[in-house]
Design a protein around this ligand. Structure first.
Ligand code: PMP
Length: 375
């Protein structure tokens, strides 16, 4: 049996997907070629790409007025590519950012390089919620309090903060916030395909693939077509959404193998019952793990229950001197990559689509046993 892999990304892929990729490694379906060896302009790869896009559109019910782009540069690349494409729209060169943790902060810092980027809201201070103290970056700013400039080119947020374990999906209608016509842009890297997406509330959603959608190397970008075509003159042509969309993601050589494996993941997701079935499984997994964390003082999760991530579960041992023993024994028990991000400390279990409830239960059983032995 393979160990359970709780890496935040690159992360575990479904074993079935890895096996198919292995079987097809040297000869993709009688073509005599590995997918790695195919021209991206040949009929085989064009089919692989078209199926991947069609399956992705079906899985997320992507509206027709959105282009689906397979890009390179990852989430950090997209932090620059997005402003280069959108901030000049309307001529004001303004963008507003909602700060809710490490990744939205990174997006904001990068955005400032391209224009007048401002903070619409931030959870960077401790607050009292329902009479309980919430530390910085463990809650999400209420949209009713966001300060959105009516002439901003977009408002950006990260809908799942991978490091802090904060997930936010109640995307507001910006018209109701006094900013009609301002599109919301969303970094959904670490929970894409784990739950449905409300595209009526977003103008652009991007996600690096290496958590829930496939291997590193390809970034999924869903962008409303009317937002395309406003790139700054300095935007590299390979990153101009107009060029990428116009050439069906083949303006330059796309990351062909990553797109192929992501396509296998999409087929696997459809077989599991699609995103709705995944969401049910993810709710069950998250309930099991948070339920256990809340039942003991030996471990804790500090995120406000209303915005706890279903995908990334940071937790702390009350006695942090046990951290090294915890990680070492977890690894020996076949539970890998549980170390928390260095900026937060403690532990983090990333329980993406490819992690079944069985793996989460194995983690909980280990944690209970560790508590019995050290509590
Ligand atoms: N955004 C989020 C939410 C992420 O989790 C990550 C990676 N952990 C990134 C952006 C950056 O992705 P990349 O390393 O692919 O640039």
């Amino acid at each position: 049996m393979r160990p359970w892999n709780f890496s935040a990304g690159p992360s575990a892929l479904p074993l079935e997907v890895l096996r198919t990729a292995a079987e097809e490694m040297t000869d993709w379906r009688g073509s005599g070629m590995s997918v790695m060896e195919m021209s991206h302009r040949g009929k085989q790869f064009i089919q692989i790409h078209a199926e991947a896009e069609a399956d992705l559109r079906e899985l997320l019910a992507v509206p027709d007025d959105f282009a689906v782009l397979f890009m390179q540069g990852g989430g950090i690349g997209e932090n620059a590519i997005l402003p280069m494409n959108l901030i000049g729209r309307g001529g004001a060169n303004k963008a507003d950012y909602v700060l809710s943790g490490s990744w939205s902060n990174k997006s904001y810092k990068e955005g400032r390089r391209y224009g007048d980027a401002a903070v619409a809201a931030s959870s960077g201070d401790a607050v009292s919620l329902d009479g309980v103290r919430q530390e910085a970056w463990t809650w999400f700013p209420d949209p009713a309090q966001w300060k959105v400039r009516a002439d901003a080119s977009y408002v950006h947020l990260c809908s799942n903060e991978t490091i802090d374990g904060v997930e936010f999906v109640q995307w507001p209608d910006l018209a109701a916030l006094g900013a009609p016509g301002v599109p919301l842009t969303v970094d959904a890297s670490s929970h894409i395909l784990s739950r449905p997406i409300d595209f009526s509330r977003a103008g652009l959603v991007f996600a690096g693939a290496q958590k829930n959608a496939g291997p590193a190397g390809v970034t999924l970008v869903f962008v409303r077509r009317d937002l395309i075509g406003h790139a700054l003159p300095t935007c590299p042509s390979a990153f101009d959404y107009a060029n990428v969309a116009g050439a069906d993601s083949m303006f330059n050589t796309p990351p062909t193998y990553a797109i192929y494996v992501a396509g296998l993941v999409f087929k696997w997701l459809k077989k599991q019952g699609g995103v709705a079935a995944m969401e049910r499984a993810n709710i069950a997994k998250a309930q099991a793990l948070y339920g256990y964390l809340d039942s003991t003082d030996f471990y804790s999760n500090r995120v406000h229950p209303s915005v706890r991530s279903r995908m990334n579960v940071p937790f702390f041992l009350a006695d942090e001197t046990l951290n090294a023993a915890f990680l070492q024994q977890a690894e020996a028990a076949g539970l890998l990559q549980l170390k928390g991000h260095k900026s937060v400390g403690g532990m983090r279990a990333s329980i993406y689509n490819a992690m079944p409830l069985e793996g989460v239960n194995a983690l909980i059983a280990f944690m209970q046993d560790f508590e019995r032995r050290h509590g």
